[in-house]
Design a protein around this ligand. Sequence first.
Ligand code: TYD
Length: 134
Amino acid sequence: MDFKKPQLINLPKIPDERGNLSFIEENKHIPFKIARTYWIYDVPGGEHRGGHAFKETEELIVALSGSFDVVLHNGKDEICFSLNRSYNGIYVLKMIWRKLENFSTNSLALIVASTVYLESDYIRDFETFKKGLL
Ligand code: TYD
């Protein structure tokens, strides 16, 4: 797996007559060690999340339930991934601007991150983000 650009990751899916099971292993399905997981839920219709980049944090974003769009920007091009399967994740490198939008009712976003929470790792201004890429 080439983890040099943002991409859709196909996670394992173990189906049997009792239902499906999926999982994420650090340094295998994602190229980092997991320091934190958090989840986003009860997002009101029309709301978006994110609108920032991280200086160091890498993430995997999974739609455990429902659907939403992950919109990524590398300072030049924008790419949009629609997530609606709990065995898919979007791998987001550091220094990628990201926004989550179009949340369906009852959607649940799980995010696995390579760092603990640190506000100073955020770039919340798009122009500052673009300058940081130079
Ligand atoms: P933020 O990352 O800005 O939310 P989103 O990108 O989903 O729009 O975080 C919202 C608030 O929650 C902000 O005050 C920081 C806090 N927070 C933590 O305390 N720990 C965490 O792990 C995260 C992701 C956020």
